[in-house]
Design a protein around this ligand. Structure first.
Ligand SMILES: Nc1ncnc2c1ncn2[C@@H]1O[C@H](COP(=O)(O)OP(=O)(O)OP(=O)(O)O)[C@@H](O)[C@H]1O
Ligand SMILES: [Mg+2]
Length: 283
């Protein structure tokens, strides 16, 4: 199991700091949910942990400084499911998932029986068996998202970074994918950092949440401590109710000041429908 230590990490684009002096400890074998509004710096942070973006400050994996690891070492340790994956459109699903084994295949070498077995097991686990020969361009958005996750899992890295892994999935596949990641976390000891916009799902699955805003870490702790109406309003500018489910989990529900059918419909027309709607709402 691998802990990730982030110490005064800054990721800059020109004179703009997308990640700004961020310090956080990601405990080994835990699932940390990375939340925050659009542009907060979540993707930039994940890409820096993967070694795809230069940073200042210190990122270490189990005490070993990032800078001391070769690209190949790093890709055996950390796998990323990107927010916007680049996929060769004509490549078959099975070949794409096999790319996840690249860190284990020697230069000019070919995949081993073990590599093929790992890939087959993951394809099976993610229920992708009937897609294996299909070119990537023919998959739906949600199918492609699961194939990209399969490729990352084929990497068998002890740290899994997920950038909006379920944004294109229906509610059933969302649960299937997140439960699988949870199982990998609990049973295989994976350390998971997942950027997610669905705050309820993030709170249900993560052990801890790290809230980023303007590149900074503004809160970190158990979901119930981080997901408060005040905090969400302050950093997302959103009006929400935070409820508890029967298991003590947090449910974040967006609220509207005016809803259709309420006494003040906000409708302005001259058809009389607005008045009728208001009358209906008043009963
Ligand atoms: N290559 C780049 N050049 C310039 N600015 C960039 C670059 N990449 C990201 N940024 C900026 O850095 C900020 C953080 O971007 P980032 O993608 O990390 O946000 P995010 O939290 O992942 O947002 P989202 O929720 O929309 O995915 C944004 O303002 C973005 O425009
Ligand atoms: Mg992002």
């Amino acid at each position: 199991m691998i802990a990730i230590s982030l110490s005064n990490v800054t990721v800059s684009f020109g004179d703009f700091d997308a990640v700004d002096d961020l310090t956080a400890e990601i405990p080994a074998g835990q699932w940390v949910g990375l939340i925050g509004p659009n542009g907060a710096g979540k993707t930039s942070l994940l890409r820096a942990v993967l070694g795809l973006l230069p940073h200042s400050g210190r990122i270490s994996l189990d005490g070993t400084d990032h800078a001391a690891l070769t690209r190949r070492d790093l890709s055996r340790q950390v796998a990323l499911v990107p927010q916007t994956p680049v996929c060769p459109p004509e490549m078959a699903v099975a070949d794409y998932v096999l790319l996840g084994r690249t860190p284990y295949i020697s230069y000019l070498g070919t995949e081993t029986v073990h590599d093929i077995e790992v890939v087959a097991a993951i394809i099976d686990r993610l229920d992708l068996g009937h897609f294996v020969r299909r070119p990537l361009r023919t998959l739906s958005g949600g199918e492609l998202q699961r194939v990209v996750l399969a490729r990352a899992l084929a990497q068998q890295a002890p740290v899994l970074l997920l950038d909006e892994p379920t944004s294109a999935l229906d509610v059933g596949h969302q649960q299937q994918v997140l439960e699988l990641v949870d199982e990998l976390c609990r049973h295989d000891g994976l350390t998971v950092v997942a950027a997610m916009h669905d705050l309820t799902l993030a709170g249900q699955f993560a052990d801890r949440l790290l809230l980023m805003s303007n590149g900074r870490s503004v809160a970190m702790g158990p979901p119930a401590d981080v997901l408060t109406e005040h905090t969400i309003s302050e950093h997302y500018g959103a009006s929400v109710r935070v409820l508890r489910d029967e298991c003590g989990g947090v449910v974040v529900v967006p609220t509207r000041a005016h809803t259709r059918g309420s006494a003040d419909t906000g409708l302005t027309d001259d058809t009389g429908l607005a008045d009728e709607a208001s009358a209906d709402a008043r009963g």
